[in-house]
Ligand binder design. Structure first.
Ligand SMILES: Cc1cc2nc3c(=O)[nH]c(=O)nc-3n(C[C@H](O)[C@H](O)[C@H](O)COP(=O)(O)OP(=O)(O)OC[C@H]3O[C@@H](n4cnc5c(N)ncnc54)[C@H](O)[C@@H]3O)c2cc1C
Length: 372
């Protein structure tokens, strides 16, 4: 059996590792020009669900690489008002030396690519598929080339082209929330000004009215070649709260975008202003937060889906990547033992629970009610 995966994101790479380990012939087609094409350095929280899935699909050498590139585990989730008065705090003590509880997305993807040189094909933007008379699937790419496979897996994220063809009426909802993502390199000066909690775990700062901001440490066990420890900083709000239309936000140079964040925190606690001023302005970029409220479904055949392609969700439960990893582990099993219908049956309730949690959390974090 030959399996073609579209998308070398977290889910597609984990599936490729699992299938390769199971002795299944697999290729991953990724639109990016190379593994280094984008530095998508935001921090991903890894839950027990994600850790278990990684243990199930990764060869030991790759699992060790993931552990080495993960961050030192934090032990805190906390909320503050804009004068840095704590509003809630939850402590998670006792992470073991091999615990992976948070990881830089770029470093994670690089680790997941370990040993996949013969599997990964970069610079291949998938455009469409067709089922052939011989019972295979033909894939067409933007460069006009084609490939065939026995099974096609769409692991191509929230804007999935595979899903658009397989489940054309599936609704991806724009939550109305925009993020301005940024990075604050952890220097001695930043350590001096950052509240202790910001270096211990995920912290959210809000006045409950305007945009909010999240801060979380990425303190590497082993940093990637390209950069070192940083504080992830993300401002979230509607276009009205941020004071800019999409056209403006997505058209701004990174430095101007970061200027929007600096303007909003100007009357917050001075430590936050100092942290924002210490950021690398060239690292700023905007993100649209999208979600589904129901999970895609399709008739079982030669084409299937995993991760954000099936169940895009808001980051408010820290569950999108973990659910994609769960899918990858379950789909590895299903492709190895011929139980694809069972994978497609199981993926929906599991993902729906995560989507519902992210929608519930969004009520508190973003003042957003999409009806969960
Ligand atoms: C700010 C932010 C913070 C987040 N934090 C967390 C967190 O803490 N924990 C968590 O679990 N989740 C988190 N998430 C969600 C998580 O990033 C996603 O759920 C996860 O990346 C989904 O993995 P995936 O493999 O399905 O898709 P993706 O990671 O989006 O990968 C899709 C891949 O497909 C490629 N691709 C797309 N179209 C094509 C095409 N036509 N042809 C070829 N290749 C294509 C893309 O280039 C990409 O490499 C966060 C998301 C955001 C935006």
């Amino acid at each position: 059996m030959q399996v073609a995966i579209i998308g070398a994101g977290v889910g597609g790479l984990a599936l490729a590792q699992g299938l390769k380990q199971a002795g299944i012939d697999v290729r991953v087609y990724e639109r990016d020009a190379s593994a280094r094409f984008r530095k998508q350095g935001y921090r991903i929280h890894i839950s027990e669900v994600g850790e278990q899935a990684l243990a199930a699909v990764l060869p030991e050498v790759v699992r060790r690489r993931v552990i080495e590139t993960a961050t030192h585990p934090g032990d805190l989730v906390a909320g503050f008002d804009t004068s840095l008065t704590p509003t809630f705090e939850q402590v998670y003590p006792g992470a073991g030396p091999d615990t992976v509880s948070a990881i830089d997305r770029y470093a994670f993807r690089r680790a997941l690519m370990t040993g996949l040189d013969d599997v990964l094909v970069f610079g291949k933007q998938f455009t469409s598929y067709a089922e052939t008379a011989a019972g295979r699937v033909q894939l067409t790419f933007a460069d006009g080339s084609t490939e065939t496979a026995d099974v096609l897996v769409g692991a191509d994220g929230v804007g999935s082209r595979v899903r658009a063809q397989l489940v054309p009426d599936f609704e991806v909802i724009d939550s109305g929330i925009r993020c301005i993502y940024g990075k604050i390199p952890v220097t001695p000066a930043v350590r001096g000004v950052a509240p202790d909690a910001f270096l211990r775990g995920f912290c959210f700062v809000t006045d409950g009215q305007g945009p909010g901001a999240a801060f979380a440490p990425v303190l590497f066990r082993t940093p990637p070649e390209e950069y070192g420890d940083y504080l992830m900083a993300v401002m979230t709000g509607t276009q009205a709260q941020l004071g800019h239309s999409d056209e403006e936000l997505f058209g701004m140079a990174p430095g101007d975008l970061w200027g929007v964040v600096a303007k909003h925190v100007a009357d917050w606690h001075p430590a936050i202003g100092e942290l924002v001023a210490a950021a690398d302005p060239s690292a700023a970029f905007p993100i649209t937060l999208r979600t589904c409220t129901e999970i895609a479904s399709w008739p079982t055949g030669r084409i299937t889906l995993l991760g954000d392609a099936v169940h895009p969700m808001l980051p408010s439960a820290g569950a999108g990547a973990n659910t994609a990893l769960w899918d990858a582990a379950r789909l590895t099993e299903a492709l190895a033992d011929g139980s694809l219908p069972e994978y497609e049956r199981d993926v929906r309730p599991h993902a729906l629970a995560a989507v519902d949690e992210s929608l519930r959390n969004a009520k508190h974090l973003f003042n957003l009610d999409l009806g969960a």
